[in-house]
Design a protein around this ligand. Sequence first.
Ligand code: 5GP
Ligand code: ZN
Length: 141
Amino acid sequence: MSADCIFCAIVDGEIPGNVVYEDEDVLAFLDANPLAKGHTLVIPKAHHETLGDLPGDLGAAIGRVATELAPAVEAAVDADGTTVAFNNGEAAGQEVPHVHCHVVPRFDGDGYGPIHALFGAGPELDDDEIATIGDAIRDEQ
Ligand code: 5GP
Ligand code: ZN
């Protein structure tokens, strides 16, 4: 629990949330300013700011709940798909510093495009640069 955290306040029932799933570790509720009808947030009940702070078992629990909720949300609002994503860290646009997975319903022809639309063309990397990055990521684990 973090004193100033809006999502901790929802977990504790201090402020209302339209809860659609709850277990011992995970809560899911409707976003107050939805990007689409049915926009749902899946959070760990414990306060962790970013994915890097999250114990692996909680990450797995979030992934399982998001996986199970996505088709339920789609069915509930008659969506054709979902974009499921984390804004992980301030640089990625995370505004609420309590890990949350967005499950955003998508509709044929809604025009928002894939996650790739965020990034445009991206950097041009040659094979050596890609290999070096792969080595660095393997070394960090
Ligand atoms: P972020 O930009 O941090 O990834 O997303 C935070 C999300 O939390 C936003 O989509 C925002 O609409 C939602 N949100 C912020 N405050 C509240 C709140 O008090 N209640 C609910 N249900 N959602 C909130
Ligand atoms: Zn919190």
